[in-house]
Every structure is written in structure tokens, then in C-alpha cells.
Design a binder for this molecule. Structure first.
Ligand code: F0G
Length: 457
């Protein structure tokens, strides 16, 4: 049988509230045409993020009840620690409440003025935490990685020749660590190959620079290696994960993605001195080292989720259902960042609404219309998020104008996705009529969350 089915049955359901186009037009008006201002209840299908939006399993919910809430040395901590160690082989496992807390601690101790941190592509919170420490964050993607139309198996790879050159130019003493984000979220949810990880490690090792993963979507990355990289087809995903982590000296992780939980994260490090400093920071802001800002029950759910995410029926369904959405809309001519990523499809808004120039926010235009027309919430990743003005007030657009449709884990069924496909195709057929937007109010930082817009008609 060819059909890939959801590898789970549904035991508990949440109703979806249906709204009309007229109601959604009013909601948009009231929220200043900013999708972050829309109450979640008024969203039909919510593809804003795959982070913290997963459905936990019956086993995880049972784990929630079993969670040990002791302040120090809780049983749930040891269970969590054992699971993370089993998968990563890393020595010190430090729980935190989410990915950016791991980043803040890591860069508070490893960052600072004069330091530079390379990555295939930094996620925005990683970049913000590096820059907040006074250090500089540098992206080193490959040429195919930044071409939205290029078809390639591992568009998430870090650019090895560029990394070499970067280290020689910057000086190894100024590079506290090198990161690789798996999968590469800012670059379209694209995977990184084992060969690339191995080569990055060799380059870092030559210069005595530790290599770290931003490991949010490590299982999806490992499954892509199994599907696409020669020599891995017959390997278990768990053994691929272990091999991936065998090349790194540490990792930060947001458990809100591939640990299939609603909150949590960790730092994993081999270096004793760095771990000691991290735990000292942790105590000040997150909590005692055996709970780190989480409840015991959260640690229990993470330990279970980290095992469930490696189930190959789950991963097959996960990667296939994202590709399914991509393939269906591509067949109708909708331009997307190719090939489909692991956790999301990224619509190429520059091509979707070519009549809307970057300073009128094409991604915003498509995002608003998807909500207005179908109640679907995506996320603009373009000039609203990354565009800026130089000192003379000249508009500098983002490199790409994208709308990310991120798929929560185990939440929506194929008919939900079919509805999304239909809505996108209808919006695409009507694309000539979509307006551009202007910002009428914006905060000084991270404006995409709270800015207010107005359509230009
Ligand atoms: N690194 C990557 C690659 C991420 O995608 C995220 C979060 C983080 C770090 C930070 O983790 O949210 O737990 O603090 N990404 C979410 C997203 C928000 O929608 O892509 P966090």
C-alpha cells in the first residue's frame, strides 16, 4: 500500500471555530493587519509556527502525571538527562525553559565584544543573543542555499570554503564556537548533510574551535540524511542522530520542536569549565541545575518525546506531509522555496505578487490574504521582519520575501492540509488584486510582532 497515513489515532480533540470572511476582515482591521494580533481562537488552521504547538502523545500525558516535582535531583531530571545523553553522547546536560534561554546562557559566557560566531544561518533569537552579548553573528550559507529555486538535497549546509576563509580572516582566537543549525530554519527548513557536519568539524578542529549544533529539528535532519545521503538508507535514525552529535562539542536545543512538547529546552556541553559557568548562570535566571526553569513533568514529557520523534513511521509521515503541501501548491503554479523543508513550506511572495515591491511588503500581502480568505495563519519572513532603513532613510529590503507555513507536529490531518492547499490556490488565482501595505506604527525592535499596517488601495 502506497498511502502514508498519520501514524496515530486521535483520543482528545479541540474544536475549530469557523469564522466568515467578513468577520476576519474586521479582525484584521482591529489588529492593524498584523497576524500576531489575531486571537488564536479566530484562526481556522494555525501555521504560524511549529514551535510549542505539537500534540503530545497519551504516553507523554501519562508522563506529565508521573513527573517528579522535587526541587533537587528529581527522578524526571535523571530520565531526561539519560535520554539526552543517549542521543547526543554529550557529557553535561543542562535543562532550560526554551531554546533562547540556552542561547542567552551560552553566549553570556562564550560571547562578548570582539567575538564572532559563524553559523550556516542564525535563527533570529540566536543572532539577537549573540549581538546582545556584544559579539557578532555571521551567516555562511552555500550558494545553492540562498537560491530559492535551486533543487538540492542539502541546502542547509554551511559553506566550508567560506568557513575556512572566515576563520583565517577573523582569527581563531576571536571565534568562541561555530554553530550549525539543523535543520536550517532561516534558510527554508533545509537539512545539513553528515558529510558537511564532518567537514565543518575537521575545519573547526584544525583551529581549535568547538562546534555546536542548534539542534531544534535534529530528528527531521537525520531523517533527510537517511533519505538522501549515500550510505545511510539502511541505518536507523537513532544511529544517524548519534553519528551527527558525535561530531559536535555541544548543542543548544529548543525542545518545543523535535522533542514534541509545548515548552522546554537544554544546553548540552562536553567542556567541564564551560558547563560549570553555564550552570552558574542557570541558577541566577532559570533555576537549579536539575530543573532549569521547567517543572519535573516537562522534563518527563521531553524524555518521552525525544524517543517518539525517532519513530520512523512518524518521521516518514512528518516529512511526507510537509512535502505533500508543497507539491500540491507547486502543481498549481504557486512559487515556493524549493525543495519543501522539514517543518514548513515557504511561499516565495516576491514571485507570488510581483506587482507589490519589497517596500510594500509582498510577504505581508500574501499573509493577510491567506487569513482573510481561508482563516489560515502563516508568518511573513521578509522585509517586515528583516527590512530596514539606512542612515539616509533608504529602504533596504530583506534578501527574500517569504511566507512560512509551519506545520505543528501531529496536530492537523491530511484533510486540514487539503483545505490549506485549496485556499492557497484560490488566493493565488486572485493574486493580481492583492494590495501592498504600509507601516503606520512600529516599535524600535522586533517590529513584526506588534507593528500596525494599512493596505495601500
Ligand atoms: N533556533 C532555531 C533554529 C529556532 O527555530 C528557534 C525557534 C530557536 C532557536 C529558539 O527557540 O523559541 O524555544 O526560544 N523557532 C520558532 C519558530 C520560534 O517559529 O521557528 P525558542
Amino acid at each position: 500500500m502506497k498511502t502514508i497515513i498519520e501514524p496515530f489515532k486521535i483520543k482528545s480533540v479541540e474544536p475549530i471555530k469557523f469564522t466568515t470572511v467578513a468577520e476576519r476582515e474586521e479582525i484584521l482591521r482591529q489588529g492593524g493587519y498584523n497576524i500576531f494580533m489575531v486571537p488564536a481562537e479566530d484562526v481556522v488552521i494555525d501555521l504560524l509556527t511549529d514551535s510549542g504547538t505539537s500534540a503530545m502523545s497519551a504516553d507523554q500525558w501519562a508522563g506529565i502525571m508521573r513527573g517528579d516535582e522535587s526541587y533537587a535531583g528529581a527522578r524526571s531530571f535523571y530520565r531526561f538527562q539519560d535520554k539526552v545523553r543517549e542521543l547526543t553522547g554529550l557529557k553535561h546536560i543542562i535543562p532550560v525553559h526554551q531554546g533562547r534561554a540556552a542561547e542567552r546562557i551560552l553566549f553570556a559566557i562564550a560571547g562578548g565584544p570582539g567575538k564572532v560566531v559563524p553559523n550556516n544561518a542564525h535563527f533570529d533569537t540566536t543572532r539577537a543573543n549573540i549581538e546582545f552579548s556584544g559579539a557578532q553573528a555571521v551567516d555562511l550559507p552555500t550558494a545553492v542555499g540562498v537560491d530559492p529555486d535551486a533543487m538540492d538535497d542539502f541546502k542547509g549546509n554551511i559553506n566550508i570554503p567560506a568557513l575556512r576563509e572566515f576563520i583565517e580572516k577573523t582569527g581563531a582566537e576571536n571565534i568562541p564556537l561555530c554553530m550549525i543549525t539543523i535543520t536550517n530554519n532561516s534558510g527554508g527548513g533545509q537539512p545539513v548533510s553528515m558529510q558537511n557536519i564532518r567537514e565543518a568539524k575537521e575545519v573547526c578542529k584544525e583551529h581549535g574551535i568547538p562546534l555546536f549544533f542548534d539542534a531544534c529539528r535534529f530528528a527531521e535532519n537525520a531523517y533527510f540524511i537517511k533519505l538522501r545521503e549515500p550510505g545511510y538508507a539502511d541505518r536507523s535514525v537513532k544511529s544517524i542522530v548519534r553519528e551527527m552529535f558525535s561530531h559536535v562539542d555541544g548543542a543548544t536545543m529548543s525542545a518545543k520542536k523535535d522533542a514534541i512538547v509545548n515548552i522546554g529546552g537544554f544546553i548540552a556541553i562536553n567542556d567541564d569549565e564551560l558547563a560549570l559557568k553555564a550552570r552558574n548562570m542557570l541558577i541566577i535566571t532559570e533555576g537549579f541545575p536539575t530543573y532549569g526553569g521547567l517543572a519535573g513533568r516537562d522534563l518527563e514529557a521531553i524524555a518521552i518525546g525525544l524517543e517518539e520523534v525517532l519513530d520512523e513511521h512518524y518521521l516518514q509521515y512528518r516529512i511526507r506531509s510537509t512535502a505533500y503541501l508543497g507539491e500540491k501548491i507547486v502543481a498549481a503554479g504557486v512559487p515556493i522555496l524549493q525543495p519543501p523543508g522539514g517543518h514548513a513550506i515557504y511561499i516565495n511572495a516576491k514571485k507570488f505578487v510581483p506587482h507589490v515591491p519589497p517596500e510594500r511588503f509582498p510577504g505581508q500581502s500574501v499573509t493577510v490574504e491567506l487569513y482573510r480568505h481561508g482563516g489560515i495563519r502563516g508568518c511573513e519572513i521578509g522585509s517586515v521582519m528583516f527590512g530596514r532603513r539606512d542612515k539616509e532613510g533608504k529602504f533596504i529590503p530583506a534578501a527574500m520575501e517569504l511566507v512560512r507555513l509551519a506545520i505543528p507536529r501531529r496536530v492537523y490531518t491530511q484533510s486540514h492540509i487539503d483545505y490549506v492547499v485549496e485556499a492557497i490556490i484560490e488566493v493565488y488565482r486572485n493574486r493580481d488584486k492583492l494590495p501592498g501595505y504600509r507601516i503606520i506604527e512600529e516599535p524600535p525592535l522586533l517590529r513584526h510582532f506588534t507593528a500596525k499596517f494599512e493596505p495601500i488601495v
